[in-house]
Design a protein around this ligand. Structure first.
Ligand SMILES: Cc1cc2nc3c(=O)[nH]c(=O)nc-3n(C[C@H](O)[C@H](O)[C@H](O)COP(=O)(O)OP(=O)(O)OC[C@H]3O[C@@H](n4cnc5c(N)ncnc54)[C@H](O)[C@@H]3O)c2cc1C
Length: 368
């Protein structure tokens, strides 16, 4: 038996689940997910940070448009999904230009002296810092509460999430998309491609032009809090050239080498050499020697050539909506992107400005 919906979404990460929850207010939605739980890939492996000024101008507009729903997540949670963290950016000699570029057009930034930076994060080596800046409204995101809240809302509104359901064959029957999975065959007029690192592969399955998505691995290690320090109130601290970053997390310190190695889509894991090199950069910039790694993981950040997400109908296929390429910003932009995806599917005007909507359109990446 083929199961019919109005909209089929491939991918049970934050992109697919948040768009599905929005759409299920008006139409019948089914989300298909390969794994047996939602959020298993990139969404479950993040640094869980909202940074207003992170990314290019389009991303900054999306970050801004997203904040309000995080603060007042009606229907998703009874309280804000964000909590204060702050971000300290610091530049060694070779990163002063990077810091200037970040500050260009950024809002809510305060320049700091090296001594002020070290007062915030006392393990940093003041002698190496040339310039620094603080972004006070950077916040932690409770990613699990966010994802599960959207999933609950989707189901309350009559939508369904089908796990262990990898889309294996995608065809058209009349004006409907047919998706075959081991869990059955699903049919809908509109198909949303929210397949994360696999989004180009999903497009190929459907016979739709790809957008040139590249999956880039990013790794994280967790270490005990450095001896003698109370770290809970430290900000996220990151080198201006994003060579590594660290933040407190439940009494521990998590450090990322900020790696960006291109890879085939897969269940990502960290490579020892990448972790060792990242820890070496961290140790050289601080007074800390890392003696024990408690835990490490890696996930994929997926980019197209202009590092801007891809949201809009494919120019070469009817009712095939791209919702992909969210890079390192997919959680923090999910309020705005899920709303946009729903507005496009339902033919409603977007509250985002036209330039932003055009910059996201897949047309820019596909020459027909
Ligand atoms: C280490 C790290 C740190 C990060 N930190 C942050 C951060 O602090 N803030 C932030 O905003 N972002 C951050 N990101 C980025 C963020 O994780 C992603 O942008 C976001 O999770 C992308 O969500 P998604 O739903 O598109 O992808 P995913 O979560 O990967 O979901 C895609 C889903 O599609 C499913 N799928 C694929 N193919 C099929 C198929 N054929 N059939 C059915 N299902 C399929 C997959 O199983 C997967 O579950 C970070 C990423 C990493 C790796």
């Amino acid at each position: 038996m083929t199961q019919k919906s109005d909209i089929l979404i491939i991918g049970g990460g934050i992109a697919g689940i948040s768009a599905g929850a929005r759409l299920s207010e008006d139409v019948k939605v089914t989300v298909l997910e390969t794994e047996n739980t939602i959020g298993y890939h990139s969404t479950g492996r993040t640094a869980a940070i909202y940074i207003r000024n992170y990314g290019n101008q389009v991303l900054r507009a999306l970050n801004n448009a997203s904040e309000q729903l995080f603060l007042e997540p009606e229907g998703i949670s009874d309280r804000s999904i964000l909590s204060p963290r702050g971000q300290l950016l610091f530049a060694h000699e070779d990163e002063v230009q990077d810091l200037e570029e970040y500050l260009d057009g950024a809002t809510g930034m305060q320049k700091l002296s090296p001594a002020e930076a070290v007062k915030m994060v006392p393990i940093l080596r003041e002698d190496l810092i040339i310039a620094a800046a603080y972004e006070s409204d950077t916040q932690d995101i409770d990613v699990d509460r966010w994802l599960q809240g959207f999933a609950r809302l989707l189901k309350q509104r009559g939508g369904q999430i089908v796990s262990n359901a990898p889309a294996q064959k995608i065809t058209k029957s009349g004006d409907c998309w047919m998706v075959e999975t081991p869990a059955g065959t699903f049919e809908a007029k509109i198909l949303i491609n929210a397949g994360g690192a696999w989004a180009d592969k999903i497009a190929s399955l459907a016979g739709v032009s790809t957008v040139g998505l590249v999956a880039k691995r990013r790794s994280v290690v967790q270490i005990p809090a450095p001896d003698g320090y109370q770290i809970d109130n430290w900000p996220l601290f990151v080198t201006a050239g994003e060579k590594w970053y660290a933040k407190p997390e439940a009494g521990k310190l998590v450090i990322s080498p900020a790696d960006e190695d291109p890879t085939e889509p897969h269940d990502a894991w960290p490579e020892d050499m990448v972790l060792a090199e990242g820890i070496d950069r961290f140790e050289k910039a601080t007074t800390v020697t890392v003696e024990r790694i408690e835990h490490s993981w890696a996930g994929l950040r997926n980019f197209v050539s202009d590092k801007t997400p891809v949201v809009g109908f494919a120019p070469d296929a009817n009712n095939f909506l791209w919702l992909a390429g969210q890079g390192g910003y997919g959680i923090q932009t999910s309020p705005a992107l899920s709303q946009l995806a729903a507005d496009i599917c339902l033919g409603r005007p977007s509250s985002l400005n036209e330039d932003t909507v055009n910059a996201l359109n897949p047309k820019r990446l596909i020459t027909q």
